[in-house]
Design a protein around this ligand. Structure first.
Ligand code: PLP
Length: 390
């Protein structure tokens, strides 16, 4: 037994972990302690857009270490966080950015800001989320998450949060009201819920309902943002401008970082002392995140994601035609779901044995989230392994 396998028992077993213990990474491959290389179509669940050991990240990490300052406090100014916030504002609808440490924390903050901005009246506090949603594991984020098995053991959750079917107009109109609703939160492409691309028409209707109700529209782009769908932000493809966008996952290039992007109306209502977090936007993480963001925001880089996304769509269409158990393929850019008529876990385990990493999005959907730097030949290699495993 290696030291690594002996020590595994000390971790709380809330995850069913696959067998190998990874020690290194290189490009789109993770390398196990015995030297076996795995092609990675998970990328840390949409976290590592530049794959592993990328020179831009190595250089940024070295620069950040060189300063000797990993952390100050948000009571003091540091340049990296200010500069990264300015870059996010330059590339989006937002006027201001709040940095935090994770996706759930970003959504919790967005709910607070919505209540502050849209609900000065004590009864205009409700938050509406949609069927199939996943917004995180903390109490309010969990209340907005449509997964009974994640919620029920931990009830009571935060009150005032309801989940509505986005395709049921009557239910939406009943749920989103001027009197009670502070915010509506939506993933433009639902990740954990099965890779569901919400039709732009649905998002446009939500925008109108929010306008009428004077409620904030929050796009949770924690999984689908930052180039994953082929545009820097997923909202760019929807014809809708939200009031807030939450980001995390790939934002910090593997370091824990989240952000809330917001418009002037929301930002203008938030007062000093309303919200805070010890680590958010510290100089180390912000230096690395900003360096990565400059790569992701490059139009040539994004065009490459779109082009390989179209290639993947065509290749998955062929796979569906050849494999009877594939009932649907759906996605955008380099975020794809393959729905099977059977449970996907055995397929995921077979793929692992063939040194391909993929994960599920629910019991019947295989999710593909490769690094955005993946080449067409690596995509082809991984998809042919997957086809064999089906
Ligand atoms: C869309 C979405 N929102 C929120 C979260 C929660 O993020 P975190 O795990 O960083 O709290 C996730 C994580 O999977 C997510 O996919």
């Amino acid at each position: 037994m290696t030291v690594m396998s002996q020590s595994a028992d000390a971790l709380l077993p809330v995850y069913r972990r696959a067998g190998a213990c990874f020690t290194h990474g290189d490009g789109c491959e993770l390398i196990a302690e015995d030297g076996t290389r795995y092609l990675d179509f998970v990328a840390g669940i949409a976290v590592n857009p530049l794959g592993y050991n990328h020179p831009v990240l190595r250089d940024a990490i070295a620069r950040a270490v060189e300063t000797g300052v990993l952390h100050t406090s948000n009571f003091y100014r540091t340049a990296p966080g200010e500069e990264f916030a300015a870059a996010l504002v330059d590339h989006s609808f937002a006027s201001h950015v709040f940095f935090c440490n994770s996706g759930a924390e970003a959504n919790e903050g967005a709910f607070k800001f919505a209540r502050r901005a849209m609900g000065p009246r004590p009864d205009k506090r409700d938050i509406v989320a949609l069927s199939g949603s996943f917004h995180g594991r903390t109490f309010a984020a969990l209340a907005a998450t449509d997964r009974p098995q994640y919620r029920e053991p931990f009830a009571p959750l935060v009150p005032g949060i309801t989940i509505v079917n986005p395709f049921d107009d009557v239910a939406l109109e009943r749920a989103i009201t001027a009197l009670r609703t502070a915010a509506v939160i939506v993933e433009p492409v639902q990740g954990e819920g099965g890779v569901n691309v919400l039709p732009p028409a649905v998002l446009q209707d939500l925008r109108e309902l929010c306008n009428e109700a004077e409620a904030a529209l929050i796009f949770d782009e924690i999984q689908c943002g930052l180039g994953r769908t082929g545009t820097l932000f997923a909202y760019e493809q929807t014809g809708v401008v939200p009031d807030m966008v939450t980001l995390a996952k790939s934002l910090g290039a593997g370091l824990p970082m989240g952000a809330i992007l917001m418009n002037e109306r929301v930002a203008g209502a938030v007062r000093a002392g309303d919200h805070g977090t010890t680590f958010g936007g510290g100089p180390f993480v912000a230096t690395v995140a900003h360096a990565q963001f400059q790569v992701l925001a490059d139009p040539v880089f994004l065009a490459g994601v779109r082009q390989r996304g179209e290639w993947t769509a065509a290749r998955l269409g062929e796979l569906k035609a050849r494999r009877a158990q594939v009932t649907a393929v759906r996605g955008l850019g380099l975020m794809w779901g393959i729905e099977l008529a059977e449970p996907v876990q055995p397929v995921i385990e077979r793929a692992f044995e063939h040194r391909l990493l993929v994960i599920a999005a629910g019991p019947n959907v295989i999710r593909l989230l490769p690094p955005l730097v993946i080449s067409e030949s690596e995509l082809e290699h991984g998809l042919s392994i997957l086809e064999q495993c089906l």
